[in-house]
Design a protein around this ligand. Structure first.
Ligand code: NAP
Length: 472
């Protein structure tokens, strides 16, 4: 029998859709799943594509079905399961075979796996895949980390299955070891911020302006035709328009307000903090999910502190235009922070992460896909050494235009008692980033007072301690 071009282990939601996508693009693929009944079920569901899929019931049979050097996508539960799967595969592999972890791994685990496999005859790729079930089936955004030679072996298959933006495939090799999984992590961190900011604007419209879900959906629908055009705004409109089959009420009104999280947002924040890069909008979004999860505590606190009227009042102008511009300004801050974290990581881990390429492969397929990412691609292409996205000519102009709206919206929300942690952190990020003389002089004085940590003077004189005397 003709050998497969590639193998895939793990026929869960993501793996089965990815396998169908691979087969549909004309590639022959071998598949294996721990629970073998799932393999048979999957082949039954594959329809005519089953002709290009070799279903295997043992690892030995699976490995033998793939053309060497064998690329093997592992799309299973992240964590220890991946190490167990690698160990189970190794005895059957040959020189230069490539194991590709396509799950949501912590990039530090990917770096460790890459290093471990580098001492063997096999190689390892850490591959971030974004786009959920739909993306996996019809075209995800794919972020690859590993050896360039390994990438070359898988490039044709991955290019065939990736999402396309104006015919440009949303897949790229981004660097060695953990580069792909790191970039996927930051993608998710930005996604957390994007979603939280949308939710805060929804909160203003619902609680501060008394709008019904359907009306709010229409507003997001209108915004999706303009500068905010993106997948997340598009699905927000759809979600707000959907009715609960049980009660007939808008489905959002019957969903419990406790957000889940699996770790990538938290990892983005931890890595940003480790490198000393402010990612305040992402931090606010992760914290907001945590606060959402303590529902019982929030209910008890509302009994103590009361429930303010939360009436949102904005002076003059069109409220919806201000809200749209505020969301846009805050979104710029979140993306600027995410890209700044990646720029720092690129130096820290010697990856040479290509910023325009990252923005380019996020334009389609992934959850944060948008027209906006095409503008980021152009900004980083024109200004490869920009210290921050917001100081590039195109984005500084956008910030200047939209920042007054963000300021008005945050001020009105705070006055009304409407929580807007991500929008507010985006605003103060702009304000602090663009303040040449900040207030850290006082912090330096305090640090020197109690800990003799020293400070630098604005006149450059070599005097590094204050006149604190014995009070220190
Ligand atoms: P899923 O539907 O729950 O499927 C999990 C798969 O992992 C199943 O095939 C399962 O096999 C296998 N598995 C679990 N433990 C295993 C072990 N110890 N050894 C071997 N196989 C094991 O999960 P999913 O949503 O497809 O997610 C897979 C990966 O993709 C995860 O890392 C996830 O974070 C990532 N991801 C998911 C999405 C998404 O939108 N869902 C998006 C991007 C990335 P059995 O059938 O035998 O249980």
């Amino acid at each position: 029998m003709q050998q497969a071009e590639i193998g895939l282990i793990g026929l869960g939601v993501m793996g089965s859709n990815l396998a169908l996508n691979i087969a549909e693009k004309g590639n022959r693929i071998a598949v294996f799943n721990r629970t073998t009944a799932r393999t048979d079920e999957f082949l039954g569901e594959a329809g005519p594509l089953a002709d290009r899929i070799i279903g295997c019931h043992t690892i030995e049979e699976f490995v033998a079905a793939i053309r060497p050097p064998r690329p093997i996508i592992i799309m299973i539960k992240a964590g220890e399961a991946v190490d167990q799967q690698i160990d189970a595969l190794m005895p059957y592999l040959s020189k230069n075979d490539i194991m590709i972890d396509a799950g949501n791994a912590n990039f530090r685990d990917t770096v460790a796996r890459f290093a471990r496999l580098d001492t063997t005859d096999f190689t390892f790729i850490g591959m971030g895949v974004s786009g959920g079930e739909e993306g996996a089936r019809h075209g995800p955004s794919i972020m690859v980390g590993g050896r360039e030679e390994s990438w070359k072996r898988v490039e044709p298959v991955l290019t065939s299955i990736a999402a396309k933006y104006d015919n440009d495939p949303c897949v790229a090799w981004l660097g060695t070891d953990g580069a792909g999984h790191f970039v996927k992590t930051i993608h998710n961190g930005i996604e957390y911020a994007d979603m939280q900011m949308i939710a805060e604007i929804y909160g203003i419209l619902r609680d501060g302006l008394g709008k019904k879900a359907g009306e709010i959906g229409n507003t997001f629908g209108a915004w999706n035709k303009g500068r905010l055009n993106s997948y997340l705004i598009e699905i927000t409109e759809k979600v707000l328009a959907a009715a609960d089959p049980e009660s007939g009420a808008p489905i959002v009104d019957v969903i419990l307000d406790k957000a889940g999280q699996k770790g990538t947002g938290k990892w983005s924040v931890i890595e940003a903090q480790q490198m000393g890069i402010p990612a305040t909008a992402i931090e606010a979004a992760v914290a907001a999910r945590s606060l959402s999860s303590v529902k019982e505590e929030r209910e008890a606190a509302q009994k103590i502190f009361g429930n303010p009227a939360r009436v949102f009042k904005l002076e003059g102008g069109a409220i919806e235009t201000d809200l749209e511009l505020a969301l846009f300004a805050a979104k710029i801050a979140a993306y600027a922070q995410g890209f700044a974290v990646m720029a720092a990581a690129s130096k820290e881990f010697n990856w040479s992460l290509p910023m325009p390429t990252i923005a380019r492969i996020w334009r389609a397929g992934c959850i944060i896909r948008s027209q906006f990412l095409d503008e980021i691609t152009q900004a980083f292409t024109a200004n490869p050494d920009a210290a921050n996205l917001i100081v590039t000519p195109a984005f500084s102009a956008m910030v200047k235009q939209s920042l007054p709206s963000l300021r008005r919206v945050v001020a009105a929300a705070v006055t009304a008692g409407l929580p807007v942690p991500a929008l507010a952190s985006a605003l103060t990020y702009f304000d602090a980033y663009a303040q040449a003389r900040g207030t850290a002089n006082l912090i330096q004085a305090q640090r020197d007072f109690f800990g003799a940590h020293g400070f630098d003077r604005i006149d450059g004189k070599p005097l590094h301690h204050g006149p604190w005397g014995s009070g220190a």
